[in-house]
Write a protein that binds this ligand. Structure first.
Ligand SMILES: C[S@@+](CC[C@H](N)C(=O)[O-])C[C@H]1O[C@@H](n2cnc3c(N)ncnc32)[C@H](O)[C@@H]1O
Length: 563
């Protein structure tokens, strides 16, 4: 007999937008998700947002729980990314604890709920441990990849002891932490005063807990040591550890592990809330359609609540200043080498289009490779054509490329051309021809769209145009960061390559800036594609024989095809 649970689909979860005061007086915004029949007030789960994320990222988990009979309160912290009030500059962990307790107050005041399950992921776990130790209304605490030792985790992420530095008197002012500017000195000051920065502090919270705790640590988490989870669990009166096999801190990076975790969380939640339930082997799954619909509503609300503060060209101009250090990273060199290899050797006079070329780092690789192989020098030199939205990126690219050429004075120079263009408008009949570069059919022999398509409004339109301007038999290579990629792993690899101090600092700046891209992804402006999605886009645009690869420290998908 199979012990797989039988699956039933639940079509219609309801989500109600609610708002209540935080203990600071600011307003907290939240959604109550519940099964279609009713609000089940004896089975309530409170979901804390992850650091730098909003309640929208808990939507899937919330809907799974609601499909299985729970009522779920998904809230946004105040002074944090999301819809609740306050500026993220003022975000602190003790205030996040207060917001969690204010959420319990709301449930009790408005709905008479006096018992909840509290579920938190990653850094928010630190706040959930504390909240549960202070409030007996938390009857079951669950953490997914929960951070238990903040000092250790920050050290792992940034490869520098930020908290130790603060204790020794270093001051940081306002720092961009994963895309959000936070007043770090204030943040550290109150975290340390409240003893929320150490394993010892978490252990102490655990000793005060009366409720059972279920930990879901990722088996391959570089940020959280499993032995620390065991230490903390040993201090709790009742604890279970359910390791997530095959997963890193960003569990969703492994879709199978993520799906299994979702199911396991629901099962554990049900077992604790209703141990006598007759239907524990019946897994109910929310219908995707309802989830997508709600996701869109919340994405639009998030765009309105947190409007963009820069135009795209300004945003990318700033980002590219930080991006230069990529060139020094082994993972990036391996990546550009893969792109170059897939596009193949140049023949006489061939033209490469580097669409969204940024600072021209791929062009640098191409030129070095071409010029270093002077022995097979060509009768007609090839040509590189860089297109990008940013003036600063293009002038940086031109400077770098001529710099490379000057290293090879005896070689025939590669032809260089650059143009500033919004590639979302390329080929559009909405734009007068004089306002945008015009390119004839079949002009290019090779096209690279490296880490570009994710940032366009209509990647398929650009690919259709790329198909038009590529010659028959020509080759294209496209790429995207993986959905749920972990950029800190590229940074970690770089630090382990023993880069010098200035480079490590530049890489840390880049890691911070990359958080802003993730935020825009959460608001639905950017989309990171799976290998299948990239392949489908190429096929839809008319390309043939797509082949997919992983690269960039296994954080990006690369797909190549021909015309
Ligand atoms: C992550 S960077 C990648 C740069 C480079 N291709 C690489 O792989 O190193 C993304 C690039 O896409 C460019 N970009 C974003 N939106 C664009 C648009 N609508 N038109 C042209 N370029 C765009 C940015 O300016 C930036 O240079």
């Amino acid at each position: 007999m199979s012990n797989q649970p039988t699956v039933t689909y639940v079509p219609d979860i309801r989500s109600e937008l609610v708002s209540y005061p935080a203990r600071s007086g600011l307003r907290i915004a939240a959604y109550l998700d519940h099964p279609p029949e009713s609000i089940a007030l004896n089975r309530v789960v409170v979901l804390s947002p992850k650091y730098g994320e909003s309640k929208k990222n808990n939507l899937q988990l919330g809907y799974y729980l609601a499909a299985n009979g729970f009522t779920v309160l998904r809230f946004d912290f105040t002074c944090h990314f999301g819809e609740s009030e306050g500026s993220m500059l003022d975000f602190t962990l003790p205030a996040a604890v207060d917001d969690t307790l204010a959420s319990l107050d709301y449930l009790e005041r408005e709905h008479g709920v006096s018992e909840v399950t509290l579920l938190a992921s990653s850094l928010s776990a630190v706040t959930a441990f504390r909240a549960a130790s202070l409030d007996v209304r938390v009857k079951h605490l669950m953490t997914i990849v929960g951070v238990v030792d903040l000092t250790f985790t920050l050290k792992r992420v940034y490869q520098e002891d930020l908290i130790g530095g603060y204790i020794e008197g270093r001051r940081y002012g306002v720092l961009d932490i994963l895309g959000h500017e936070v007043n770090m000195d204030h943040f550290f000051d109150v975290t340390i005063k409240e003893q929320m920065h150490t394993l010892e502090g978490t252990r102490a919270a655990m000793e005060k807990l009366r409720c059972p705790v279920s930990f879901f640590p990722a088996a391959n988490d570089a940020w959280v040591r499993i032995e620390d989870v065991e230490t903390v669990a040993a201090a709790a009166a009742r604890a279970e550890i359910h390791p997530i096999e095959g997963a890193m801190h960003e569990v969703q990076e492994n879709p199978q592990a993520a799906e299994l975790t979702l199911r396991k969380v629901v099962e554990v939640c049900r077992r604790h809330a209703r141990p006598d339930s007759p239907d524990l082997d019946q897994l109910r799954v929310p219908e995707r359609k309802a989830m997508f619909r709600q996701n869109k509503i919340e994405r639009d609300r998030l765009r309105e609540a947190r409007p963009l503060d820069a135009e795209e060209d300004e945003f990318w101009g700033k980002y590219l200043e930080k991006y230069r250090v990529m060139e020094k990273m082994g993972d990036y060199q391996e990546y550009v080498q893969l792109l170059g290899g897939l596009l193949g050797k140049f023949r006489d006079g061939e033209i490469l289009l580097d669409a969204g070329c940024g600072n021209g780092l791929f062009g640098v690789w191409v030129m070095r490779d071409l010029l270093a192989r002077q022995k097979d020098s060509l009768a007609v030199p090839p040509m590189y054509f860089g297109m990008d939205l940013t003036d600063s990126g293009l002038s940086d690219a031109a400077g770098k490329h001529t710099g490379v050429q000057s290293l090879f004075p005896d070689a025939d120079p590669v032809g260089l051309m650059y143009t500033r263009v919004d590639l979302d408008l390329f080929g559009s009949d909405q734009v007068p021809p004089a306002e945008i570069v015009q390119i004839a059919d079949g002009t290019f022999d090779k096209i690279a769209c490296s880490l570009l398509l994710s940032y366009l409004k209509s990647p398929i339109n650009l690919l259709v145009q790329m198909h038009r301007v590529l010659r028959p038999g020509g080759r294209i290579v496209i790429s995207s960061m993986k959905p749920f990629c972990d950029l800190s792993s590229i940074y970690r690899d770089f630090v382990e390559e023993k880069a010098d101090r200035t480079d490590v600092e530049s890489a840390r700046d880049l890691l911070r800036a990359a958080g802003a891209i993730k935020t825009k992804q959460e608001q639905g402006y950017y989309v990171f594609f799976s290998a299948e999605e990239l392949t489908d886009l190429l096929t839809e645009a008319g390309f043939r024989s797509p082949q997919a690869f992983n690269s960039l420290g296994n954080q990006a998908h690369v797909v190549t095809a021909t015309k």
